[in-house]
Design a protein around this ligand. Sequence first.
Ligand code: F6P
Length: 327
Amino acid sequence: MAKDIKRLAVFSSGGDAPGMNAAIRAVVRTATYHDLHIYGIYRGYDGMIKGNIKRLETSDVGNIMHRGGTILKTARSMEFMTKEGRQLAYESLVANDIDACIAIGGNGTFTGAHIFSKEFDIPFIGIPGTIDNDLYGTDYTIGFDTAINTAVDAVDKIRDTADSHNRLFFVEVMGRNSGFIALNTGIGSGASNVMIPETDTTIDDLIKQLKKGAKRQKLFSLVIVAEGNKNGGAQEIADKVKAKFDYYDTKVTIIGHLQRGGSPTCMDRVLASRLGHSAVESLIKGEANKMVGLVNNKVKLTSFKDAISKDKRLQEDLITMAEILAL
Ligand code: F6P
């Protein structure tokens, strides 16, 4: 065990994701097992700056495994992006005798941790928690599985009404600049088309594909739109398509923050437990400024630098397969 780590703090930051609580539980219980004192920082980096730090006991993380959101709350901190803000955060960690931190979040969270690690000597380990699944260094991020299951459930329901009315539905899902949620929701719900930022599908391509479907008497169609898609969001695409294509009555549904909440799936709970546990073990072994992830079902560490700057690519074969299966 690295001798100098006695007091460890954990926090969640950025958009919440189902499974963050399971990760917090795993961190607290693993740290306690190793006789470390564990603290919770409330409201992410903002809470770090303000010294909103409280001791956590194992009983504080009982009965939270199944809960969505994060008991430590979260925030997107503008102040931590400034040098002055990070200085205040450092001072508050020192004032609380915190030797190391575990950050649960996504790209923005680890960008902050990466900059902080160059300026100060407190080691950080990151746990990938975001529904977007857009972090290099892990096959899955915590919350992604729950989000796609929520989205598929919503699309299944839309399918019933789309079928009854012979309608063309554009369903917008989250994902920021990546299409992981959209592609997997599209495949899992049997959608006719998926519009994602990673491909160059134009409105004309989409209309051609929809016409093909209409020609073979497809009575309704479901198009999944990633919010970061280059042609615009679901409403914008629907308006453009509607203007040139009158076969179906067109409707738009934006699933929105529904996909960020809810009880985590078992996949997310197990992933969060593994990564939370490994984050503490990694710090104890002297690792610093890296993210724990799961690659080919094995825990792997990736530097913050790589996690935030390298591109996590969508599997090309899944894109092709989705097109073939939707014929
Ligand atoms: O990063 C998670 C995410 O849900 C993205 O998919 C989405 O673009 C964004 O956060 C929404 O952020 P907010 O909740 O701040 O509107």
